[in-house]
Write a protein that binds this ligand. Structure first.
Ligand SMILES: [Fe+2]
Ligand SMILES: [Fe+2]
Length: 371
């Protein structure tokens, strides 16, 4: 449903959503032990603050036909017969709404990060980690501000939180142990980083390019911290505790692999169920999922959630091939999602993606630099 201002409305908008939370806050009297990796990230977090209101040109007018200037090859139904037949006026609506949907979900994800980090910061045992988490909270607040301006003020269409992400947020926040927020946050930050690093180079709109570049730098720092923090947390856990976290991480992977799709767009624009299905299995969507899991799967390895249950679950989804091997081998080879066209394009993009993957992996390993 779209209101008179062109803004999509639905249940939960406007309004609020209460998720009961439990857990302990931890005070730490050891101010003398320090973690140099985390302190370096904290220093970067302080130095690289930016002002979403002041450093971007919000007066810039977006193109009403393609607000962020996303090439049509990224439209979920690009390459289908429907897209070829669609009149330009309807293509414009699809471009506007698919961009609005993706950036709206990211906006909601940023609020999830802000809320969850508040809780995680309270629970953390280590003072240095609390300090970094405080800088990340400011980053996430800035991201909420920026995505909201982009979605609500500039594109003019805001979608509600989709069902699969809502369920993931609720499970993560409801769990008494904030590790579960940490896992969901890491998976979602990889999802966001893939979109941002793709868009910062491919958007033709200068505001969109600048904004995605700024946010991508912050997210790379967050992923680096998440890898250090979660790896340490999980290194001391028992096998049953690790198994529980692996199951939750697999649930998060299933959401992104099977459920996270812009069905609301096709419903809002009056397309049938078959279009929603075609969009889920289109070449652009298959490519996007592959890019996401090329980042998510190595992250799971890095934080130590890669036991037999995890490998079995990833294998069942056709995702185990994205695991990092002793020497980098081609993860874009013939896949299990069955699209020769997607395989060909994925192979061509592997070199560029490899650079991103390895840059983020180095961040996690050394915490000495950001993208
Ligand atoms: Fe963020
Ligand atoms: Fe983040």
């Amino acid at each position: 449903m779209v209101n008179s201002n062109g803004t999509a409305v639905g249940s939960g908008q406007p309004g609020s959503w209460k998720v009961p939370t439990r857990g302990d806050a931890t005070f730490q009297w050891d101010y003398d032990s320090h973690d140099e990796q985390v302190l370096r990230l904290y220093a970067q977090g302080k130095e690289r603050q930016w002002n979403a209101a002041g450093e971007l040109d919000w007066e810039h007018e977006l193109d009403p036909d393609n607000p962020l200037g996303i090439p049509d090859e990224f439209v979920p139904i690009a390459g289908t017969r429907l897209w070829e037949r669609l009149p330009e006026t309807e293509r414009v609506a699809v471009r506007r709404h698919t961009q609005a949907w993706a950036y709206s979900q990211t906006l909601h994800g940023e609020q999830f990060a802000l809320v969850g980090l508040g809780r995680l910061c309270s629970a953390m045992d280590d003072v240095d980690a609390k300090l970094f988490a405080a800088t990340q909270m400011m980053d996430e607040a800035r991201h909420v501000e920026g995505f909201n301006r982009l979605v609500t003020d500039k594109i003019g269409i805001r979608y509600p939180l989709c069902g699969p992400l809502r369920a993931m947020f609720e499970d993560a926040l409801h769990h008494p142990d904030p590790d579960f927020f940490g896992i969901a946050g890491m998976v979602l930050e990889n999802l966001a980083l893939v979109m941002l690093t793709t868009h910062r180079s491919r958007l033709t709109d200068p505001l969109g390019r600048a904004f995605t570049e700024y946010v991508a730098r912050d997210e790379a720092r967050h992923i680096a911290f998440g890898r250090i923090y979660l790896r340490r947390r999980f290194s001391g856990l028992s096998t049953p505790e690790l198994r529980q976290r692996e199951e939750f991480a697999l649930d998060c992977c299933r959401v992104l692999h099977q459920d996270f799709a812009a069905d609301a767009v096709w419903h809002t624009l009056g397309f049938g169920r078959e279009v929603a299905e075609a969009a889920r299995t289109s070449v652009p969507e298959i490519l996007h999922r592959r890019k996401v899991f090329r980042h998510v799967v190595p992250s799971l390895q890095d934080i130590g959630l890669f036991g037999p249950r995890m490998r079995e679950g990833l294998e069942a989804m056709g995702l185990l091939r994205f695991a990092r091997r002793p020497r980098f081998t081609d993860p874009g080879g013939p896949g299990q999602e069955g699209s020769p066209a997607a395989d060909a394009i994925a192979h061509a993009e592997t070199a560029a993606r490899r650079q991103d993957i390895e840059a983020v992996a180095r961040l996690g390993a050394t915490a000495g630099d950001t993208a």
